[in-house]
Design a protein around this ligand. Structure first.
Ligand code: RM4
Ligand code: MN
Ligand code: MN
Length: 396
């Protein structure tokens, strides 16, 4: 006999899937340098292999987000290889991320650049990315732009906005009927004076200008400190404009730390807004949950498993909010009773129920322990170590 808590948690976990990023397995760092990990993935095959490990141990990460420049060395011609590797390691290609920030031509922007050549190249790359997504049967093309400027007066902000509208519209026209484009925002970095898509309002306006299949992507690390992210989520849900998430945590800026490591209650409140919306509307919100983290010091696979566990825990806790009680307390402005609905749900220990659910699915009860005991890490560290350690980069 299941307890009501276990039953609710089982139901929540049944519907919860989260996408892992290919770049989360590679050696990444800060701009001051990278501390090379012997086990980091250096090829697309290694990234898929590591992602396959995470999925086979957790059972909830069937798709891998891919970055076009990093994961498709031959552009469209890499589709076959990527799709074969995904099959081989038991995962599927997930969202496709065009890379509109790394090439030299993007020095002054991509879609927002004053240089028509840069905008054209960005659009071409975007169309290729959409074709890649199509070839892989990936639904979402996920855009993040580094576009912006460093000094007051150096950029025509309104003209750049117009360029963005034009290029996003043209990109939208290249989508097939089942595809979506997700527009991500970020307040600063790499640009330090103005960023073209700096917040959710700008992303919302641009997504609306682009077309019906464009939605906003919320990266939890891309807000000013103390901003109420769950309110942004609630508003975007109400406008039917929320497409998905890049999950990570932070203490200061876009720190890309492990989800829930700094403020788990924030993540819980985001999940709560989504689940409360679904309860009120009587339908599922069509959202892509994705991880976007960079672990400079933690083991990559270990950190990814830790993230998935945390995401499941916080989602399960959010599913335990008593919505009837919450709705009735809100109606009569019973503040303490309403607030307690959230606090009581958050206070539950859902870990035993999650372990039970995993066992019921034939998954390891504790994916982290299972990973440590599997010998996978030792094997890949031995195979990849010499190459990885000779690749150290430096800030200047
Ligand atoms: C950005 C943003 C994007 C990610 C890049 C690498 O800050 O979060 O989603 O693709 O970093
Ligand atoms: Mn992101
Ligand atoms: Mn980011």
């Amino acid at each position: 006999m299941q307890t009501p808590l276990t039953e609710t948690v089982f139901k929540a976990l049944e519907s919860f899937r989260i996408e892992i990023p290919s770049w989360g397995f590679a050696n990444t760092g800060t701009r001051f340098g990278k501390f090379m990990q012997p086990a980091a993935a250096g090829t697309i095959e290694e990234k898929f292999s590591d992602a396959g490990q995470v999925h086979s141990l957790t059972g909830v990460c069937p798709t891998v987000a891919l970055h076009v420049l990093w994961d498709f060395p031959h552009g469209l011609d890499s589709i076959h290889e990527v799709s074969a590797l995904a099959d081989k390691y038991g995962v599927r290609p997930g969202s496709i991320n065009p890379n509109l920030f790394q090439n030299q031509i993007y020095k002054h922007g991509s879609f927002g650049s004053p240089d028509a050549k840069a905008r054209d190249e960005a659009l071409e790359h975007t169309k290729d990315s959409i074709a890649i997504a199509h070839g892989l049967r990936s639904r979402d093309i996920s855009f993040w732009f580094a576009d912006g400027s460093n000094y007051p007066g150096s950029a025509n902000i309104r003209r750049r906005k117009k360029y963005f509208e034009e290029c996003l519209k043209a990109s939208h026209e290249a989508l097939s009927a089942e595809q979506r484009m997700l527009v991500e925002y970020k307040p600063f970095e790499p640009a330090f004076y103005h960023t073209d898509i700096a917040d959710w309002g700008m992303a919302l306006l641009l997504a609306r200008a682009a077309g019906k299949q464009a939605k906003v992507l919320v990266d939890t690390g891309h807000h000013y400190l103390s901003q109420n992210i769950e309110q942004i989520v609630a508003w975007l849900l109400a406008e039917n404009m929320l497409g998905g998430f890049h999950f990570n945590d932070r203490r200061y800026a876009d720190d890309d730390l492990t989800l829930g490591s700094i403020d788990p209650y924030q993540v819980f409140r985001i999940f709560h807004e989504i689940l409360f919306f679904e309860w009120e509307e009587g339908k599922r919100a069509d959202l892509a949950y994705m991880i976007d983290q960079s672990h400079n010091l933690k083991g990559k696979i270990e950190a990814m498993i830790q993230t998935v566990n945390m995401a499941q825990e916080l989602f399960a806790k959010a599913s335990l909010v008593n919505y009837e009680q919450l709705a009735s307390a809100q109606k009569v402005s019973d503040i303490v009773r309403a607030e307690s609905c959230l606090q009581d749900a958050f206070a539950n220990d859902v870990r035993p129920a999650i372990r039970e659910w995993r066992v019921s699915k034939g998954l390891p009860e504790n994916p982290q322990d299972a990973f440590r005991q599997s010998g996978y890490l030792e094997r890949i560290a031995a195979e990849r170590g010499a190459r990885n350690l000779s690749n150290a980069g430096s800030y200047a």
